[in-house]
Design a protein around this ligand. Structure first.
Ligand SMILES: Cc1cc2nc3c(=O)[nH]c(=O)nc-3n(C[C@H](O)[C@H](O)[C@H](O)COP(=O)(O)O)c2cc1C
Length: 191
């Protein structure tokens, strides 16, 4: 059985610093023969949860709102490994990141869709808020029963303009080690 990894880019800049961190992660996963896709969520048409209650009532794995969520949700359901990256916007993850995760969690959690998948978050900012955003995303991972490996540091990067994060050697090294630990964990779990 082939292992699939989905790396979610919550930045509206498709080739920005978040992408670079996810790409670093992807290189390690691909070298271990894990089928890896970086999925763009930032800038997509994904509305926030309206608390309509459809998913709770019907428990059919669907959301009542028709937008890009449907396509993205199908991919997260299929993945064995899910990494979510977001830039920091005023101390938080981007609206699209949270809109996607809120809806995915509300639809999928009662059905155990994410239970024992593996993965984790990463965040990037010019100066401050990385840890808060990392923790904000980690709440989602934990309540959805993900198994999250650690790394040599928290998965945070520094950078403002596109490409700046390449100069954050420790940030890149941390993400690489995180990806190595994802590979290690996935091999243990699928042994
Ligand atoms: C609306 C907005 C809010 C931001 N808020 C913060 C912030 O709170 N802290 C910070 O250090 N950087 C902040 N930034 C800078 C971005 O986090 C930084 O440029 C990051 O590298 C963007 O990632 P990306 O290239 O993947 O889009 C903000 C940028 C924007 C556009």
């Amino acid at each position: 059985m082939s292992i699939k990894a989905l790396l979610i880019n919550g930045s509206p800049r498709p080739q920005g610093n978040t992408y670079i961190m996810l790409e670093t992660c992807a290189e390690v996963l691909q070298a271990a023969n894990i089928e890896t896709e970086i999925m763009q969520v930032g800038g997509r048409n994904i509305k926030g949860c309206t608390a309509c209650g459809y998913c709770r009532k019907h428990q059919d794995g669907k959301c009542s709102i028709s937008d890009d969520f449907t396509e993205c949700f199908a991919k997260i359901r299929e993945a064995d490994i899910v990494v979510t990256g977001s830039p920091v916007y005023f101390g938080s993850a981007t609206p699209e990141t949270m809109a996607f995760l809120d809806r995915a969690g509300y639809v999928g959690r009662p059905l155990g869709y994410f239970s024992r998948k593996i993965g984790g978050p990463l965040s990037v900012a010019r100066r401050a808020g990385q840890n808060f955003t990392y923790a904000q995303l980690m709440y989602w991972y934990m309540i959805n029963e993900f198994i999250v490996p650690g790394s040599s540091y928290w998965n945070v990067g520094f950078g403002r303009e596109i490409g700046d994060v390449n100069s954050d050697e420790e940030g890149i090294k941390t993400v690489r080690r995180f990806a190595e630990n994802l590979v290690w964990l996935s091999e243990k779990l699928n042994a």
